[in-house]
Design a protein around this ligand. Structure first.
Ligand code: ZN
Length: 311
């Protein structure tokens, strides 16, 4: 899934004009402008940026996906391999890490089990990295048997952490949301979180919001993220202009889900679910957000199941 718009891709190209290391913006200067058409081709295939204000935290982006990696004197903690249908993304990821450090890659942490983020990790495994995920991510991957996914070596439940070379990376499970196994990764010293697909920055939820058992659980998990101590969020897909997310963005996405929920409840009570609701409900407040036109009917469908059928 991708939340990046053509306009944000163009701005990204201007901001991160090459694959060379550059400083990522620390905080957004202003709210993102509404999307305008721009050619996708302006964006370089990949980029590696050091997160401003940190000593050792990097973002590796390949096309519309991105991962965080942390460099310590004792080794590297990498995250999602982002190699679905493109093994070159993974070898590029490793090459980009090698440009920063000669320290070994000790860990690969999965954000959640969806293939577009975690497929293709074998080259990391071949280098001796240990794979870490939430316990339900491993259960699902064992069931699914997708050939191009490395099965996690180590799992965590509600909370875990990785300590390496003076860095602590906390791993938090905050309930079901975009998946039933998403890990919120937090760097306490840097007050940074890496959260994939759960909290789009000024974008709608993916399609019909699959894989969450309850929209209420989804809202609750965002509230738990808001209660955590962090300033900046690295998303799994570049935000508008390539910027990082803020607590305001998380609050705004929660507000979107709540507004959507309230609107769909009304039409569900009037027996308009599914198709009439999917055609008629509009949320003009969010018209400028990524994926508004194509995702809104499907987002409505999810809430029609909930308020119209109870599941
Ligand atoms: Zn996902």
């Amino acid at each position: 899934m991708r939340f990046v718009t053509a306009a944000s891709a163009a701005i990204l190209a201007a901001t991160f004009g090459s694959s060379a290391l550059a400083q990522a913006p620390a905080q957004p200067a202003a709210p993102a402008a509404p999307a305008a058409p721009a050619p996708q081709a302006q964006q370089p295939m990949f980029s590696t940026t050091k997160v401003e204000g940190t000593d050792n935290v990097y973002i590796f982006r390949y096309q519309g996906h991105q991962s965080m990696f942390i460099v310590t004197k004792d080794g590297v903690i990498a995250t999602d391999p982002i190699g679905l249908y493109r093994p070159q993304a993974v070898t590029t990821y490793i090459e980009e890490i090698k440009k920063v450090t000669s320290a070994p890659i000790k860990y690969v942490v999965y954000s959640h089990h969806h293939y577009d983020h975690i497929a293709g990790g074998k080259p990391f495994k071949d280098l001796g990295a240990k794979f870490v995920a939430h316990k339900r991510a491993k259960e699902r991957l064992v069931e699914l048997k997708y050939p191009d996914v490395v099965i996690p070596d180590q799992t965590v439940g509600d909370k875990g952490s990785i300590k390496l070379g003076g860095t602590t990376l906390e791993l938090h499970f905050v309930g079901n949301n975009h998946s039933d196994n998403t890990l919120v990764m937090r760097l306490p010293k840097e007050k940074l979180v890496f959260i994939v697909d759960m909290i789009p920055i000024r974008g709608l939820a993916f399609r019909n919001i699959p894989d969450n058992t309850s929209p209420i659980a989804y809202e609750n998990s965002i509230k738990k993220v808001l209660a955590m101590d962090w300033d900046r969020m690295i998303p799994g897909h570049p935000g508008p202009g390539g910027r990082l997310g803020t607590k305001q963005d998380a609050q705004d996405f929660l507000g979107y889900l709540q507004d959507l929920s309230a609107e769909v409840k009304k039409v569900a009570d009037a027996n308009k679910c599914f198709d009439t609701a999917m055609r008629e409900v509009k949320l003009p407040k969010y018209e400028s957000w990524g994926n508004y036109a194509n995702a809104l009917p499907m987002n409505i469908e999810r809430y029609c199941y909930w308020w119209g059928r109870g599941y």
